[in-house]
Design a protein around this ligand. Structure first.
Ligand SMILES: [Zn+2]
Ligand SMILES: [Zn+2]
Length: 120
């Protein structure tokens, strides 16, 4: 699964091209979508599970998050969303399994909104 170009463009526009970690402004091509719960742990490419970070999976702040997940859990995204850059845990069938209670609420709300909208 990869991020749709539409969601990526939307998130970058919302972030005003600022990296969620270093807070510097970049051209769109230097920014990427970094998932809070990563894909390897079942995290989807959705607005509620994503930040915009400079670089990619191996370079820049996005690369740093992937290489230092434990440290990223202690850093809050600088976009003002108040969410950590990374949350330890797993999402299976819309349920969050992990120690972060705040994130459990985020996932539950996202699932409820998806059900309300008639989505899956
Ligand atoms: Zn950055
Ligand atoms: Zn953010």
């Amino acid at each position: 699964m990869s991020c749709t170009p539409e969601l990526r463009a939307e998130l970058i526009a919302e972030a005003k091209n600022l990296c969620g970690r270093c807070r510097r402004r970049f051209r769109e091509r230097w920014l990427s979508v970094s998932r809070i719960v990563p894909g390897s742990a079942g995290g989807p490419y959705t607005a509620w599970n994503s930040h915009i970070a400079c670089g990619d999976g191996t370079r820049g702040c996005h690369g740093w998050i992937e290489a230092n997940p434990a440290a990223a859990e202690r850093e809050v995204c600088q976009c003002g969303c108040g969410r950590p850059l990374r949350v330890a845990g797993e999402i299976r069938r819309g349920v969050f399994y992990g120690a972060d209670d705040a994130y459990r609420g985020v996932v539950a709300q996202a699932l409820a909104e998806a059900l309300d909208a008639g989505g899956n």
